[in-house]
Design a protein around this ligand. Structure first.
Ligand code: NDP
Length: 450
């Protein structure tokens, strides 16, 4: 293409910036995908029309969530559901309850979800939702009243064949239970397939809590296997101490690795002896039941150290698993990881590495497993939960785990092949974006301009 002409993809990106100038996270997510798609659009220029439509959500729902706290004072939060793309199936994606939630974060997460869901090989579209409600420090009663109010509006927009939310930051089994109870009460129907991440006694799937973290470890194993290496004997740094981090550590331990860090939003702990199964059980109780802080780990395990307001990326490791939140690895963190000889990074969280950090990984040949691929095990197992709900059966733990493992290996294969197809061998970021995009693009073209 002559250099004087603006590339169609650059034009699309300029429109995004103009339309929503303050949505920085959404800019970051679209920039990354659009950059990956350029070589494909050069090969097939017609695809740019699809990209133009794909970057605009099909529907955005924003609503007031009023609730009453334990002191009998009325509170108000803002609720969101972004129904981004339903070309290959009903919208599917989690709900996030965190004070940082805004429309930009919701749109970036829903946009990423389109490609992740497509890449998982399952027939689900992309969506995401949540609220700026902060569950930290709230009583069970307050969380329940908030969830009931949130669902009173959301229930108008979701259903087993239209949009199926699940958990994310701040939304675990307790919240899904309250949300499901309110949905059932409002709709007067037991529609199990409307939410995933449910408790086992009312339609949940075995292995769903484990799925994102286990899937991420399986993916890292596959990245290393392709280089005739493995996780066995490797030292790992992990961030976060929530759902994804916990099960990533559990599976990595089972695969013979040693995780030495975990964190929360206040700081990180380092335990050079490794966070083994017994110590992990302590973290699970601390975080999931007592809702405590990771710093309490060092009171219990004397050899460990706590670093307040610090991230674990300067700790030497063979492999890093960011499992907390977006943009938690910046350029300086990436340089630390490279100079300490880190072989690879698998993203358990969504968009945890900044674009500059990713560039540093790619330049230095650090194996890089992007979130869309590496953390797709959660949504894939959610889709398995939907299948079990619609067939009214429950698969065994071994059965779900085997399916999850196969899905993660297939995702690795598809992303690798797609990277090669556009001349970017070994670049799993480009591969994941291209593979995820192609299926959605084909469906959108077949369905006309809708
Ligand atoms: P949880 O709420 O269970 O845990 C989140 C963890 O990250 C906590 O340790 C939390 O610390 C920490 N954290 C949150 N915000 C920040 C921040 N701003 N800075 C530092 N640490 C922070 O969430 P999940 O484990 O479910 O989710 C973690 C990531 O994985 C998110 O990016 C999510 O989108 C992604 N993900 C989750 C999936 C799932 O199935 N749950 C599926 C795919 C992706 P604290 O306790 O202090 O808040």
């Amino acid at each position: 293409m002559p250099s004087t002409m603006t590339h169609p993809i650059d034009r699309i990106y300029q429109t995004i910036l103009k339309r929503d100038p303050d949505q920085l996270e959404f800019h970051q997510a679209t920039y990354e995908v659009l950059t990956s798609l350029k070589p494909l659009v050069d090969q097939e220029p017609k695809l740019s029309e699809v990209v133009d439509r794909l970057v605009e959500p099909e529907r955005v729902i924003m609503f007031r969530v009023p609730w009453v706290d334990d002191k009998n004072v009325a509170q108000v939060n803002r609720g969101f559901r972004v129904q981004f793309n339903s070309a290959i199936g009903p919208y599917k994606g989690g709900l996030r309850f965190h004070p940082s939630v805004n429309l930009s974060i919701m749109k970036f997460l829903a946009f990423e979800q389109i490609f992740k869901n497509s890449l998982s090989g399952l027939p689900i579209g992309g969506g995401k939702g949540g609220s700026d409600f902060d569950p930290k420090g709230k009583s069970d009663g307050e969380v329940m009243r908030f969830c009931q109010s949130f669902m009173s509006e959301l229930a108008h927009h979701i259903g087993a064949d239209t949009d199926i939310p699940a958990g994310d930051i701040g939304v675990g089994g307790r919240e899904i239970g309250f949300l499901f109870g309110q949905f059932k009460r409002l709709k007067k129907v037991f529609e199990g397939g409307v939410l995933t991440g449910k408790g086992l006694s009312y339609g949940g799937s075995l292995m769903r809590p484990e799925a994102t973290g286990y899937g991420c470890a399986y993916f890292a194993q596959e990245m290393l296997t392709a280089k005739q290496n493995s996780l066995e004997g490797k030292t790992l740094t992990v961030s976060g101490s929530g759902n994804v981090a916990q099960y990533c550590v559990e599976k990595a331990n089972q695969l013979g690795a040693k995780a030495i860090t975990m964190s929360d939003s206040s700081g990180f702990i380092m335990d050079e002896n490794g966070i083994d199964a017994q110590k992990l059980a302590f973290v699970m109780e601390l975080k999931n039941v007592k809702h405590g802080r990771i710093s309490e780990y060092v009171d219990r395990y004397k050899g460990a150290r706590y670093y307040e307001h610090k991230k674990p990326w300067a700790v030497p490791c063979d492999f890093a698993f960011p499992c907390a939140t977006q943009n938690e690895i910046d350029a300086s963190d990436a340089r630390d990881l490279v100079s300490n000889g880190c072989l690879g990074v698998a993203e358990g969280a969504n968009m945890p590495s900044t674009p500059e950090a990713i560039e540093i990984f790619v330049e230095n040949k650090v194996l890089f497993g992007p979130a869309k691929a590496a953390n797709a095990g959660g949504v894939a197992t959610s889709a398995l939960e939907m299948s079990q709900n619609s067939q009214r059966i429950s698969w065994t733990r071994e059965d779900v785990d085997a399916r999850l493992h196969t899905i993660m290996n297939d995702i690795y294969k598809n992303a690798s092949l797609a990277a090669e197809r556009v001349g970017k061998k070994d670049n799993l970021l480009v591969g994941a974006n291209v593979a995820g995009f192609l299926k959605v693009a084909n469906a959108m073209m077949a369905q006309g301009v809708v």
